[in-house]
Design a protein around this ligand. Structure first.
Ligand code: EPS
Length: 383
């Protein structure tokens, strides 16, 4: 079973990801991983740190000459900011120069301080930070490499920022990804993109922040990933869990999701036809899953991100030391991180899909997985 752990604080020396259960023979190249990490730093509305932070990576296990060995894959990303923080974030005994006692509404700060028995919000916010998603990108890169061997590609694009929405359009193909990545907000629609950039600039001028929605699309899937037989084997449930685990994600939608709830049954589903020996559906309202299993159509899932809770115009809070009303602490902050959240959503969807491929087709070597997929495809073919 493919699984992973990450460790590391936002301003600690490094982040690390350990991934276990990947087959041998999967291409794993530091240069490609570096490119994937760079994609996550993209996007209009990101703060200064993204200009400074370089994601210096080191592969420390599980890979030899550009391929996985079947042993745990471990990768370290050094925080280039560490030299400025090594005193404050030192692992050795001592005390910080100053403690942060004004928790930010919307963050893990206050509840974390109560739960973990600390009066310094830094003890909490350092790990709650979305910096952790850099480590998830390592997991996503390995997952995509497994998926690529079985002909699956996972991409993402931004469909809303604040109240600006991209017009409804068919989900983009993998060939559109380079252009999407070049767009300042990773939106496939040029007009909507310009309005999104303007909305971010306006929020910044007001010292405010913006959320939005990113859509992940996976092409080339076999029908039948996941299962109807039990609650914790349903693929849509696993996708929702994985996406909801991303910092600041407040809602997940499969296919037309909420819009489907408002339709009549006669126009809510994807009717089935047999054409040239293949089952086809001419609509994709369900988002590519039925009964908790993939249908073989493109998978389409959306994640909605709340506006970042660290505002330059700080929100009301209470100082936990004095009990007095005050303004929340202000760290440097991004105005909008939806384009980056879309990349992270891509990584988490890729992880869930790769895990399902390995669960369904097994194999300790990637060629065995591929052979299993080919055999299955041959069995379900109608002629
Ligand atoms: C983050 C706050 C900012 C972001 C950071 C996530 O960091 P800082 O407080 O150091 O300016 O830049 O994101 C990353 C470093 C990253 O790699 O994504 C937060 O509080 O979530």
């Amino acid at each position: 079973m493919l699984r992973f752990l990450t460790a590391g604080e936002s301003h600690g020396p490094a982040l690390v990801a350990v991934i276990e259960g990947a087959p041998s023979g999967v291409p794993f190249l530091a240069e490609e991983l570096g490119q994937e990490l760079a994609r996550r730093r993209l996007g209009h509305g990101r703060g200064n740190r993204m200009k400074i932070e370089k994601d210096e990576l080191e592969i420390i296990g599980g890979v030899r000459h550009g391929r996985t060995l079947g042993s745990p894959v471990a990768v370290l990303i050094r925080n280039t900011e560490w030299p400025r923080w090594q005193e404050d974030m030192s692992p050795h005994p001592g005390s910080p120069r100053r403690t942060l006692t004004a928790p930010r509404p919307g963050h893990a700060d206050l509840v974390g301080m109560q739960k973990y028995d600390t009066e310094d919000a830094r003890d909490i916010l350092e790990r709650a930070s979305a910096r952790e998603t850099a480590a998830r990108t390592i997991v996503g890169y390995l997952s995509k490499s497994i998926l690529s061997a079985v002909g699956v590609e996972v991409i993402s694009h931004v469909v809303a920022i604040g109240d600006v929405e991209a017009p409804d359009a068919p989900p983009p193909n993998p060939s559109a990804l380079a252009e999407i990545d070049q767009d300042p907000v990773r939106c496939a629609d040029k007009w909507a993109s310009a309005a999104m950039v303007a909305a971010i600039d306006a929020a910044k001028a007001d010292r405010d922040t913006l959320g939005g929605v990113a859509e992940v699309v996976a092409h080339g899937l076999v029908p039948g990933l996941g299962s109807h037989v039990h609650w914790d084997r349903k693929l849509d449930a696993a996708l929702a869990e994985a996406l909801m685990s991303i910092q600041a994600i407040k809602a997940v939608e499969l296919g037309d999701g909420l819009r489907t709830a408002r339709r009549r049954g006669s126009v809510a589903h994807d009717e089935i036809y047999l054409e040239d020996g293949e089952y086809v559906r001419h609509t994709d309202r369900a988002g590519g899953t039925e009964g908790g299993m993939t249908t073989g159509q493109p998978l389409r899932v959306r994640a909605a991100m709340k506006p970042i809770s660290t505002l330059m115009r700080a929100l009301d809070t209470v100082d936990v030391k004095t009990g007095e009303a005050t303004k929340a602490i202000r760290e440097r902050s991004d105005v909008c991180a939806v384009p980056a959240a879309g990349i992270v959503a891509e990584q988490m969807v890729a992880f869930v899909l790769a895990r399902e491929y390995l669960r369904m087709f097994g194999g300790d070597a990637i060629d065995d997985v591929v052979a299993g997929v080919d055999r299955y495809r041959a069995r379900i073919a109608r002629s």
